[in-house]
Ligand binder design. Sequence first.
Ligand code: AMP
Length: 302
Amino acid sequence: MSLLVVGSVAYDALESPYGKVERTLGGAATYFAVAASFFTSVNLVAVVGEDFTAQDEAVFRRRRVDIEGLERAAGKCFFWAGRYTENLNDRVTLATELNVFAEFKPKLPPQYRTSKYVFLANIAPDLQCDVLHQVQGKPKIAAMDTMNYWIERTNSELRETLKHVDLLMINDAETRQLSNEHNLLRAARHIFTMGPSTLVVKRGEYGAMLVDQSGVFCLPAFPLDEPHDPTGAGDSFAGGFMGYLARVGSRNDAALRRAMVYGSVLGSFAVERFGLDRLLHLKKAEIHARARHFAKLTQFKL
Ligand code: AMP
């Protein structure tokens, strides 16, 4: 089953205690699409500027990522710069330049409109909503991400988009900010009144938690010796999670739990090197080996 994603395709400047890159291919939809392409084909909706290189386009062309929905516009690509502190948990955004995204009006190619799996990656909520409205019929899963930037600047548009999705996938700070609740279970109940019936909270080095009507499922993060750059971990998690669900075509409890594992696996690979580097060299066998490792890591007898 193919999976539709809308979100940023960007150039990023990244700094962490392990190094620095001045300009590298990034963006939420980029990490998502590359991660999900290990499981299923992906249809990408985004906009890039005249500075988008053929070499970066090849990242999608070489994978199962269809870029007919990747528009080219006059101007520059979305640009984001961020710096991580010593423990890699805290991030400071140094620059967010919307550039071509400021005027973007997404238009889905006809073959994307029947998508059954839709992921609205982190981008302006009115663009997310616009894409969802162009999808014909009800998707099996419509999921979305967002961040503090949109919660603060475009709260009413975000509330409108939330009414139309089944699953919200955000980090713990965003969960608290959106719901005004510190406790994550209370926050989940509050978020369910906004539209989604499933909440996935990404908790960085503390793992991830899924809450829905049938209960709670928690998973630790994969223990790593030396993570280098957390950029894109959340989007890669989302790509692994949604890619797996689209591949198996199910959303029962067992499938959701396995999707959490594949999300965590892809997120853990993403942080091992700077930018997209590790995902671009990843092999399917490594993904399955790490998923098996997860099973061992979390198994116990009573
Ligand atoms: P993550 O580390 O998973 O939060 O995602 C990082 C990616 O999100 C980077 O590659 C950025 O290009 C992209 N990004 C950062 N801020 C925004 C924003 N306001 N809207 C859309 N994408 C963003």
